[in-house]
Design a protein around this ligand. Structure first.
Ligand SMILES: *Cc1c(COP(=O)(O)O)cnc(C)c1O
Length: 433
């Protein structure tokens, strides 16, 4: 990291978190990765064996899309939707399950919104013979059954959150027996279930933390070799950002090449205008979750009480962003832009008709970013080499495509005044002397 990390604080006493605090939720190996400054960490043999189910993922050139856009740019994409669970998320689910297994964990808990992360961890837990409890936001549990069925097929237990299995869930149900749930409630339930299990259960997280981003860098490391085979090198690397893991996974190895090898690749993070953490958020200390259980970190945030507007890219609705990515953005090593929903689906449909793959709505933000780069290159007459991460397929998101085809989708700009208001509820963090 060319910029020093900000401290991570315990929400109970505002002191820097200790390994013991984190060890309630994560095995020590993952905590050591979280704070490691080693340049490389070896991938265990057992993890590599399972990666072989789908890695290396293909790097493809979108020649038909280039033709339709009539651009001199070369567009490449890394297809992480080729994993069994359909996204990049198994890249971290598999090592997380492995490190838990070897340190004696019997079961993991986690939350999931629409189910991408839950299905990745369900697969990983099955492969390492761990039990998995998934707290799935109730409204998704009821309205989006297919990912639940996938998780159950992989062997996970899936509960509609709020449940009566945790104290937090019970307290929510007492106040509102008909509660639809929220990601914040589901996180609180999954964390409580692990923290009160006496060490038998730990918690798995799908994005934001350093160890998750580290695991995802296999994506960029593979692309470096694949681009070499294609005898090209990207001028710009594009990825969508929710918590930041698939973007960091493809971009950080190229950042290393920029810093150490004198390359000058631009790194572009694309987010929805409906959830614009990097482009409109404030760089400050905030709670990682709305229940105020997760550590306080310095990040670009829309406020921990952020209520996401109903956009169809469920995986891009987090109020904050990975702290390392925020520090790099603040220091100018990374660019960011926000794109509206309709233009994003336009790009997704154009891509699927040109290249055949139906992208996840999240990934479509990266496609929008890549197409805009290609159009800009056309205007300037540049043979720009554009690389983007196609983080997942959209086979479980057909309702959103249906809504788009029926003209039911709308653009939404998150209001500045809501962000300003949310800044009133930031934690009071002691200033360093
Ligand atoms: C979860 C998800 C994302 C967003 O998460 P990041 O940590 O920002 O990568 C993006 N794309 C897909 C397909 C996802 O499932």
């Amino acid at each position: 990291m060319p910029v020093p990390p900000a401290p991570v604080l315990n929400p109970q006493n505002m002191e820097p978190v200790t390994p013991d605090f984190l060890n309630v939720l994560f095995p020590m190996e993952l905590i050591m990765q979280e704070v490691s400054t080693d340049r490389y960490i070896d991938i265990p043999e057992e993890v590599q064996d399972i990666y072989k189910l789908y890695r290396p993922t293909p790097l493809l050139r979108a020649r038909r899309l280039e033709k339709i856009l009539d651009t001199p740019a070369h567009i490449y994409y890394k297809y992480e939707g080729a994993s069994p669970a359909g996204s990049h998320k198994p890249n971290t689910a598999i090592p997380q399950a492995f490190y838990n297994k070897v340190t004696g964990t019997k079961a993991l808990t986690t939350e999931t919104g629409a189910g991408q992360w839950g299905s990745a961890l369900a697969l990983a837990c099955q492969l390492f013979d761990l039990d998995l409890e998934v707290y799935m936001v109730k409204v998704s549990y009821q309205q989006k059954p297919y990912r639940r069925i996938l998780m159950e097929t992989y062997g996970a237990q899936v509960f509609a959150s709020p449940t009566d299995k945790t104290q937090f869930g019970q307290s929510v149900l007492e106040q509102d027996p008909e509660s639809n749930g929220s990601l914040g409630i589901a996180i609180a339930e999954a964390v409580e279930a692990a923290a009160t299990s006496g060490g038998a259960k730990k918690y798995g997280i799908g994005s934001v933390l350093n160890h998750v981003l580290l695991h995802q860098t296999i994506v960029g490391e593979e692309v470096l070799k694949q681009m070499d085979m294609a005898d090209e090198y990207p001028d710009v690397v594009v990825g969508c950002v929710g918590g930041g893991s698939n973007f960091a996974g493809i971009a950080y190895p190229f950042l290393r090449q920029n810093l150490l090898e004198g390359q000058r690749t631009r790194l572009l993070a694309v987010e929805p205008t409906a959830s614009p953490s990097l482009t409109k958020g404030v760089y400050t200390f905030d709670y990682g979750d709305s229940a105020k259980l997760a550590p306080i970190v310095k990040m670009y945030t829309l406020g921990h009480d952020f209520v996401p507007p109903p956009i169809h890219a469920g995986g891009l609705r987090y109020h904050g962003m990975a702290p390392s990515l925020c520090a790099l953005y603040e220091a100018g090593y990374i660019e960011a832009k926000a794109v509206p929903q309709l233009a994003t689906f336009d790009a997704a449909v154009m891509f699927s008709r040109a290249e055949g793959i139906l992208p996840a709505p999240e990934s479509a933000h990266a496609i929008r970013g890549a197409i805009d780069e290609a159009l800009d290159a056309k205007e300037k007459g540049e043979e720009r080499v554009i690389l983007f991460n196609l983080s997942g397929h959209g086979h479980f998101d057909l309702e959103a495509y249906d809504a788009y085809h029926n003209g039911e989708l709308q653009d939404f700009e998150y209001p500045e005044k809501d962000i300003a208001e949310a800044m009133q509820t930031l934690p009071e963090v002691p200033q360093p002397a």
